[in-house]
Design a protein around this ligand. Structure first.
Ligand SMILES: [Zn+2]
Length: 495
């Protein structure tokens, strides 16, 4: 059958109770696949000769077969979107798998609910500047949403199938600290591995005088000696900035970063032994140690000396990066910082700079994009979650008020896993006085954004079913909100 005839046959076979996602049609020989939904849920549809469908191995059929053409023997059969069925689809279309994305400009779309990626893909299709990292979850997010890496990839794939995305995409095991989690991520097929070094940095050195350091640390170790040999009195000039590695600077760098770099190497060797190619990101962002230009140079040079291949580096920039709200700090100071770091990264070459907690950091996006000249990665997640909450506020005020109560009541508990510079006493106790029609606007409030952002685990735990139902029933609105939001993000990247 011709593709046009197939399309017509499929759409003609279903009543108005069904919606077929127009971009989802995929062809393989006589087999055609598509994603559709009715008021209960979403399904995988397969059309082809009956014998072929019987032998395809798909299980978990929904409803009865629909006969398309009794002469040719074509039928349509619907299946649940199970993991097993997804595996079969992947064997037919192996190009759907995530891949490492190297130093291409990339944008991470964390999707805690597993349904926002469809809109992310629609946003990505409208531009050519970045490739998407569609599956991106940290260990913290996995534990709060009750998911594992395998589920995260599967959810992204169902979104990809629904939207007919054909481009390359990545899967980021974000902010991993333990070896065990790297094992899980590698086994699930993640393609990008973000090592969070925060637990291996010695930040006490920052506040010590040189004398105190000498009293507290052994400085005659082989490691310190080798570092001194490599860096002492080294002068580096970048774009008019001169960096001199004197003894005090070198010793501090070695003490702060030495152990983290050792572990970075261990993880790299472990991943290299298990995987072919992969993207490796080293993150220094969730610490209070602002990365100096000397530290940036030192980190990269040390990794090169240890033959660690890495794709991106998340530095700690000046200012405060709270999730789901704009940058807090002096934009000029950020600009000066990223200007130097951008130079260093281009000079040393071969890796990108990564901006974490990128959700809604619109005021610094132009500077970040300009100074990295396309060698960047950005991670967002909270901003997509907040658009889901905004849909609730706009269609079901009563339910939204309930979620507000949960978020405020659990604030102190939620604060334990996120750094939020906000006190419970500063929060509104009630939103009773706010009219229903104004509820979506309160999600533009900096404080309430943070309250709802850190409450996602609690809300999912208590109200997941109703929330997912509501978002399913208001799917196009949910996608529209996300598209509007990411248009703002992408516009800000055009400098
Ligand atoms: Zn981070």
């Amino acid at each position: 059958m011709q593709k046009e005839n197939i399309k017509n046959s499929i759409s003609g076979a279903f009543s108005d109770d069904f919606f077929i996602y127009p971009d989802s049609l995929k062809f393989s020989g006589d087999h055609t696949f598509f994603i559709l939904k009715d008021s209960h849920g979403k399904y995988l549809g397969a059309m082809g000769p009956e014998k072929l469908i019987m032998e395809s191995g798909f299980t978990d059929q929904v409803g009865n077969d629909i006969s398309i053409d009794s002469v040719s023997g074509y039928i349509i059969r619907l299946f649940n979107r199970s993991y097993k069925n997804l595996k079969i689809l992947l064997s037919i279309f192996p190009e759907l798998h995530p891949t490492p994305l190297g130093t291409d400009a990339t944008f991470g779309f964390g999707d805690r609910l597993g349904i926002a990626n469809a809109a992310h893909i629609r946003a990505v299709k409208k531009q050519k500047a970045v490739l998407p990292v569609l599956a991106q979850q940290s260990i913290r997010e996995l534990s709060k949403t009750g998911k594992d890496f395998k589920t995260v990839i599967a959810q992204s794939l169902w979104n990809i199938l629904q939207e007919g995305y054909l481009g390359r995409w990545g899967a980021d095991a974000d902010h991993i600290k333990d070896r065990d989690h790297f094992i899980d991520a590698a086994e699930a097929g993640m393609t990008m591995y973000t090592f969070d070094t925060s637990e291996h940095l010695d930040e006490t050195v920052l506040n010590m005088t040189g004398t105190r350091i000498k009293e507290n640390y052994r400085l005659d170790t082989d490691y310190i000696k080798s570092i001194k040999k490599e860096y002492l009195d080294k002068k580096i000039e970048l774009n008019g900035n001169k960096f001199i590695f004197n003894e005090d600077t070198i010793i501090r760098l070695a003490l702060i970063y030495g152990r983290a770099l050792e572990f970075t190497k261990e993880i790299f060797q472990f991943l290299s032994g298990k995987l072919g190619t992969f993207d490796y990101e080293i993150s220094f962002d969730e610490t209070s140690t602002i990365t100096t230009p000397e530290a940036h140079y030192f980190i990269v040079n040390e990794m090169r000396r240890s033959s660690i291949e890495f794709t991106s580096l998340a530095l700690r920039f000046p200012g405060t990066f709270e999730k789901g709200i704009d940058y807090i700090g002096n934009i000029e100071e950020f600009d000066r910082s990223i200007n130097i770091h951008g130079f260093i990264s281009r000079k040393l070459g071969g890796y990108k700079l990564s901006l974490h907690s990128g959700s809604d950091k619109l005021s610094i996006y132009p500077s970040f994009a300009r100074n990295t000249q396309g060698l960047f990665h950005i991670k967002t997640s909270g901003t997509s979650w907040l658009e889901a909450v905004r849909v609730v506020a706009s269609v079901d005020p009563l339910f939204f008020r309930k979620l507000f109560r949960i978020a405020v009541d659990s604030f102190n508990e939620n604060k334990k896993s996120y750094h939020v510079n906000l006190d419970k006493s500063a929060l509104p106790i009630t939103i009773k006085d706010i009219d229903d029609k104004n509820l979506p606007c309160i999600l533009d409030d900096r404080d309430l954004r943070r309250v709802f952002h850190i409450a996602y685990g609690m809300i999912i735990e208590k109200e997941k079913e109703q929330l997912m139902r509501l978002l399913f029933e208001n799917e196009e609105k949910h996608y529209d909100y996300l598209l509007t939001n990411f248009k703002k993000h992408f516009d800000a990247l055009r400098y």
